[in-house]
Design a protein around this ligand. Sequence first.
Ligand SMILES: Cc1cc2nc3c(=O)[nH]c(=O)nc-3n(C[C@H](O)[C@H](O)[C@H](O)COP(=O)(O)OP(=O)(O)OC[C@H]3O[C@@H](n4cnc5c(N)ncnc54)[C@H](O)[C@@H]3O)c2cc1C
Length: 466
Amino acid sequence: MAELTEAKKNTHIKKLENITGKDNILYDYDSCYAYSTDSTNIIKDNEIADIVIFPENTEQVSKIMKYANENNIPVTARAAGTSVCGACLPKKGGIVLDFAKMNKIIEVNKDNLICIAEPGVVIEDLKKAAEKYNLFYPPDPSNLKVSMLGGSIGLSSGGPHTFKYGSTKDYIIDLEVVLADGTILHTGSSCSKDVTGYNMTQLFVGSEGTLGIITRATIRLIPKPEDTRVLLAYFDTLEDTAKTANDIISNLITPSVIDLLDKNTLATTESFYPSGLLTDKTAALLIEIDGFKSTLDNQYEKIIEICKNNNSSYIQTAKTKEEEEKIWITRRSSFGATAKLAPNVLTEDVVVPRDNIVTLVKGIWNICSKYNLKTCIMGHIGDGNIHPNIALDLRNTEERKNFEKAKAELFELALSLNGRLSGEHGIGCEKSYFINKALDPNNLKLMKQIKNMLDPKNILNPEKIF
Ligand SMILES: Cc1cc2nc3c(=O)[nH]c(=O)nc-3n(C[C@H](O)[C@H](O)[C@H](O)COP(=O)(O)OP(=O)(O)OC[C@H]3O[C@@H](n4cnc5c(N)ncnc54)[C@H](O)[C@@H]3O)c2cc1C
């Protein structure tokens, strides 16, 4: 749409204002710029939205899509815009659909264990709505205070609880979707079991807004665990750290969180948010267990014993909820601390089978030191999902080139270890150049055919995934 004449653009704006009203449309350059970014901070002058629209209901979304399709206008759905892989960047300009005004929790049904909600609902609000009924929505993209349902479904977000509870894809049972031509469809049902035809719901989960626009979701909830216990255990070697995770699991304990923080993460977090973290250790494991209060003490003691047997040099236990929260704050501050090292932080998200995790983490240390990049590694060790957070200055051409080289080597490494490019952040436009290497060619061909069938004019979030 960027190459359109002003007159043509004004015609589009008038037509779209007729659908949503003038108050729901922005088209001045500064606003369009602001809605054309995400957490990567990578923005190009010719990749700015032309119009930002805030629809209020599904009918409006359907009319917008019909108009956009007839006029070949690209449409990029946007939730909170926190994607770390360029998933919500309007690469071809056009319309950004922002769901801030479709943010209602329509129903929590405690008997059917479901919640029905609109895409603009913030994940923390969804969790709180469930908790009122003693129910639990486990996915937590770590930035749950801002991240929204539509974006979380668009990327099938995971977070620390995935090892025990699964990620977003495991909780979405029905979607209302608006297709590229404006058609509205429902993909599933409110039933907890349903094999009535293909699993169309899962086709749209994680599709990064490239196949349709989600306007409503039915979400499965589970009973809320009664209580939690948390600890932080330090290790001098990665081998001991990984063996501890394996031993906990082989002792029949399923932690609700088992996250890794590497030496750089510990040192960086402690230097910006001092809380007494040990900075001379190779790694630490943040371990949380949950369940009935009466079952937790035994498991907690067993975990401490396993950590000690694997040479844990110090274990920070939490006796109160305040002490638990202190450990959690450390984990949550780690990204913010990394962000203080340089103007930009780019986060990767490779995943490998768990028995390759030590090789992966050591390989990442080597790659980043070879290219002189400051890197703090965090990860969900239970899932084999590792996040190297690389702090750099994107204005520095050499650092940027080094980052690109390191990224390519990181992907090669993950693939050589039977891994994948993303465990929970998606592909967006930042990893799409590598997708040919990561997917079976016949599978990739089929994906492109599906995209072409649902969106033959390629107006939905173009230049993402492949
Ligand atoms: C500090 C930080 C920590 C993070 N930690 C984690 C983590 O631990 N785990 C994790 O999984 N992720 C994590 N993320 C990544 C990211 O924030 C999550 O993936 C998040 O869920 C994205 O939500 P959002 O609302 O910002 O979506 P956006 O970035 O706005 O959109 C994400 C994708 O969804 C699409 N989309 C948005 N709305 C719709 C819709 N209505 N219909 C169709 N498609 C739509 C967009 O087009 C885009 O492709 C983190 C990010 C940051 C910045």
